[in-house]
Write a protein of this length. Structure first.
Length: 328
């Protein structure tokens, strides 16, 4: 499913196309994709909110499948192995960030479905050293949503500084928050969920939230940390308003509509706002280990690959229960 020109989801920006099969370059594997989850970032790219880096491009960065071909020099992967391909598609390994455990900030990072063709396809080529081994207990369709929503949600939790047993706010409750709440509950945190959707509030309470309310309601306790998932700056300010002194809001969004002005007293007393950019392979391994230990349940809304436009449209309209997953 190819993106040639961004357009509103209702105008079906993706086109089914037949392309030559990708060949693995040295250091790469080619994977036959069976499932690829759809992330809000895919929607933002397809609609043009996130500027395309390359057109045409195949979006999708939560792909699961089996290795079909192995390029020269690849070690650790064989034909038929199950593998996942996520957002971080490659780094230079040499810049100051890569050398200090922060490959998520690499100056020359390449992203799946943005710089490189992604997983809304039957085949995907990926750097072997960035492909992820997946725990067997998750079938393909259940593993796919872990690969962005799960991993980046986990990084956001870490960067929020939430300690075991602490009071955590989750602002927005889509696919990523559905996984984050399970990790936070596993850590014994009290979780407060703010979302305008009544159905999502119900889901949050079912997953062990201590409280769930709308954006116009006040969180009943001061929060030690918060993560925002909605791509809306006013939600970041709402989260900041709910924080105890010294608390952090981690903003889990590659694109925000804008950052509104707010009174300095909301930030005063060492409150912090920080963005969360991408992930490291260490984050991925940690989240996948946790997914097995908890075990994380992923809620999946499956679509055939050729109905990718429909999945985008439903995501845009907020009508996806859990994570949309395209299946070949
Ligand atoms: Zn994503
Ligand atoms: Zn680097």
């Amino acid at each position: 499913m190819l993106l040639e020109r961004p357009a509103p989801a209702a105008e079906r920006p993706l086109r089914a196309a037949t392309l030559p099969d990708p060949e693995p370059a040295p250091g790469e594997v080619v994977i036959a994709v069976s499932a690829c989850a759809v992330c809000r970032t895919d929607l933002q790219l397809c609609e043009g909110d996130l500027a395309a880096r390359r057109l045409p491009i195949i979006p999708g960065h939560q792909a699961v499948g089996r290795v079909r071909a192995v390029g020269e020099g690849v070690t650790g992967w064989g034909i038929g192995d199950r593998a996942g391909v996520a957002w971080l598609g490659g780094t230079d390994g040499t810049c100051q960030y890569c050398r200090s455990g922060r490959e998520n900030l690499c100056d020359n990072a390449r992203f799946t479905g943005w710089d490189r063709d992604g997983g809304f396809a039957e085949l995907i080529a990926a750097r072997a050293d960035f492909a992820l081994a997946l725990p067997e207990r998750f079938p393909d369709r259940a593993a796919a949503p872990l690969l962005c929503g799960g991993i980046i949600g986990y990084r956001a939790l870490r960067l929020s500084g939430i300690a075991p047993g602490g009071r955590l706010g989750l602002f927005g409750f889509g696919a990523s928050a559905l996984i984050a709440i399970q990790v936070a509950r596993h850590w014994g945190c009290e979780v407060y969920v703010v979302t305008r959707s009544e159905e999502e509030r119900r889901r949050a309470l079912n997953l062990g939230a201590a409280w769930a309310g709308g954006l116009d309601e006040r969180v009943p306790v001061p929060l030690d940390a918060a993560v925002t998932f909605a791509p809306v700056g006013s939600v970041v300010v709402a989260a900041l308003r709910s924080l105890a002194p010294g608390g952090t809001v981690a903003v889990n969004a590659i694109h925000l509509d804008r950052m509104p002005e707010f009174p300095y007293e909301l930030l005063w007393r060492e409150r912090v706002i920080r963005s969360v950019a991408n992930f490291t392979r260490a984050d991925a391994r940690e989240l996948l280990d946790l997914a097995v230990a908890i075990p994380i349940q992923t809620a999946v809304d499956p679509f055939p690959l050729e109905e990718a436009n429909e999945a985008l449209r439903r995501l845009a309209e907020g009508r996806v229960a859990g994570a949309a997953v395209l299946e070949t």
